[in-house]
Write a protein that binds this ligand. Sequence first.
Ligand SMILES: [Zn+2]
Length: 204
Amino acid sequence: MANETLSTLLKQYEQKKSRAEIAADERKMDLYKKVPELQGIEDKINSVSISVTKHILTSPESNAGDTLKNFNHTMDALKAQKEQIFKKFDIPADYLEPHYECPICKDTGFIKRADYTSEMCNCLKQKLLNISFNKSNMSALSKENFNNFNANFFSDQADPAKYRFNISPRENIMNIKNRCLEFIENFDDPSAKNLLFTGNTGLR
Ligand SMILES: [Zn+2]
């Protein structure tokens, strides 16, 4: 069941990740249509990257350092041109980045550690917790709590024949309520006794 929940969540993560990336691609295509200079810079970045890779693969190792230096220099210049255009048109620097719901794990649900292992991101942990919280009926606590407790639903007339108590149902429920509050108050006291509710099926 837990595995099923996790795989459903991971499918949702995959979908929102690809939605964010498709949206970023669409923003890019739109922007490059409006500002063709950006497309020119992108083309140059791509061709410089390809030629430098080819060069490093085919040249003697001793030249690789210089090639990389030149490459970094060219790339910096191209990036600076790109930034200038962004500024000129008042475009936020991260405009073409995918807008992930969780920027920490980029909507993958996992974070890669420096040692190449990965750990579950807090966003995914929280989603799993929310699901088990909802399943446990605990989510009703926001409505069903002692602040909303209304003793007036219980009769203040004692009826020993019906309830086998000499006190009224209202007095009885107030006693129960006070015992519960006492229990909560002393929850961290190891000598405090547990509470046990018994009754017919459906008792909540
Ligand atoms: Zn995350």
